[in-house]
Design a binder for this molecule. Structure first.
Ligand SMILES: Cc1cc2nc3c(=O)[nH]c(=O)nc-3n(C[C@H](O)[C@H](O)[C@H](O)COP(=O)(O)OP(=O)(O)OC[C@H]3O[C@@H](n4cnc5c(N)ncnc54)[C@H](O)[C@@H]3O)c2cc1C
Length: 406
């Protein structure tokens, strides 16, 4: 099998927020007639993080993996409480238990995170923190030791059954997996079937013990608040606070190749951090970066293998792909060797041609849709910050509900 990359870790895997999650975006798409996720699918997701932890230990991949769970909180505005409750009800409706997703009262939240306005939270143990670049480099080392050849700095210009043409030559292969996700450009069978949306991070200087005791993260839990443009925070092994938030859309639906974000986007993320933890005022933000996540028209991820063309793909993770790509990688492996296993029976697996993945509408339709949604989200946030839970903020909240992510 060939693994192609312009540079090891150039994609989202080398530059993400390091949440290794035991869940997938768009789980509602995989439910049965009762609206529940099949117990075997729930079991796959619930065991994903510990399974990955065992693999990392076995393979000696040191990537700051810490299985501390995740706190998703109503942390700034009262209207976030309803969204937190809805999220808990959503997971319970899918059949997950109290052990998987449970409510934290404002007091229980404060014991973990000293946020500005604690309104309660959802806690799940099914998330770990990782350092993404170390994870990618560790994986590359392990697969190379298994005999896989990794070609860096090599652009695939055309990808088809049994053949990939690259700027430095061509490669023949019996089976081909297209794993280009938010970086699927012209010449790629996933181009316009998976479109790139940008997200990114800022990181503080290393914080002191006193600063950590003032803000929380005592078990290195990952943390998010229920803002509309998803936030994701983690405490790194070198004691920095990393704050990520979505999103942006580049004209023409181009992916973000540059690592750094613009100053104004970075400042927006810094403001979110300080709104959540005013205790950090005066702290230095030392770095910022961003990248592209892959968004499919269906708004849920997939593993696809076509036994006729022998081409496969995994992706459409919409920003929740660190754990998902581990699970989908395991799944593709069983499909490629023709093994029938529980993994290949999962509801996110499809055996059909890649070309059947829905195409996005032509530009600028997705761009206008996303920009309008982000503007509405920003306006609601501004109204909430300025006027609290006022009538205009509620009206804008209603509009945001209608726009949704779809
Ligand atoms: C800033 C940021 C923060 C994120 N935070 C999280 C998080 O905390 N938790 C989470 O679960 N998910 C997160 N994500 C999403 C997650 O990182 C991705 O879903 C996941 O890494 C996708 O992995 P992948 O291997 O499928 O694709 P990628 O890691 O994107 O890899 C695709 C690769 O394909 C290569 N490629 C594309 N086209 C070509 C070509 N023509 N020739 C050669 N090579 C090509 C690219 O160079 C790239 O290396 C985040 C993403 C970003 C950008």
């Amino acid at each position: 099998m060939l693994i192609e990359a312009q540079q090891c870790g150039h994609g989202a895997s080398g530059r993400n927020g390091g949440w290794f999650m035991g869940t997938l975006e768009g789980l509602s798409a995989f439910t049965d007639s009762k609206g529940e996720l099949h117990p075997a699918a729930r079991a796959q997701l619930n065991t994903l993080v510990s399974r990955a932890g065992q693999v990392l230990t076995k393979e000696g991949i040191e990537c700051d993996f810490h299985h501390g769970g995740c706190v998703m909180a109503a942390a700034r505005h009262t209207s976030q409480i309803a969204r937190a409750r809805e999220t808990l009800a959503h997971f319970q409706g899918l059949g997950f238990s109290e052990d998987d997703y449970r409510w934290l009262t404002p007091e229980a939240l404060t014991a973990r995170m000293q946020v500005a306005n604690p309104g309660g939270a959802v806690f799940t143990p099914h998330v770990a923190r990782v350092q993404p670049a170390k994870l990618v480099m560790g994986l590359a080392r392990v697969v190379k030791a298994l005999g896989v050849r990794v070609f860096e700095h090599t652009r695939a210009t055309s990808i088809g059954p049994e053949r990939i043409d690259c700027d430095r030559g061509s490669v023949g292969a019996n089976q081909i997996v297209v794993a280009t996700e938010g970086y699927s450009e012209v010449g790629n069978p996933l181009h316009r079937r998976i479109i790139p949306v940008q997200t990114g991070m800022v990181v503080t200087e290393p914080l002191t013990d006193k600063q950590w005791s003032d803000i929380g993260f005592h078990d290195n839990e990952t943390f998010a608040d229920f803002t509309r443009a998803a936030t994701y925070l983690q405490r790194t092994a070198d004691q920095r606070l990393v704050i990520g938030a979505r999103g942006n859309y580049l004209p023409g639906g181009r992916p973000q190749h540059a690592l750094a974000d613009t100053a104004s986007i970075a400042q927006h993320r810094q403001r979110i951090a300080l709104d959540l933890f005013p205790q950090l005022r005066g702290v230095r933000f030392t770095h910022n970066w961003g990248g592209s996540v892959g968004v499919p028209r269906s708004w849920h991820p997939h593993v696809i293998y076509d036994p006729f063309s022998k081409m496969g793909t995994a992706g459409g993770y919409i920003g929740e792909g660190v754990g998902a790509s581990f699970l989908f990688g395991e799944t593709l492996a069983t499909l490629l060797i023709g093994e029938s296993s529980e993994l290949s029976e999962m509801p996110w697996v499809q055996q059909r041609p890649l070309a059947e993945l829905h195409r996005w509408e032509p530009e600028p339709v997705p761009q206008l849709g996303l920009k309008a949604t982000m503007l509405a989200f920003g306006a609601e946030e501004w109204l909430l910050n300025r006027y609290g839970e006022s009538l205009p903020a509620r009206a804008m909240g209603w509009l945001c509900d209608q726009l949704g992510p779809h």
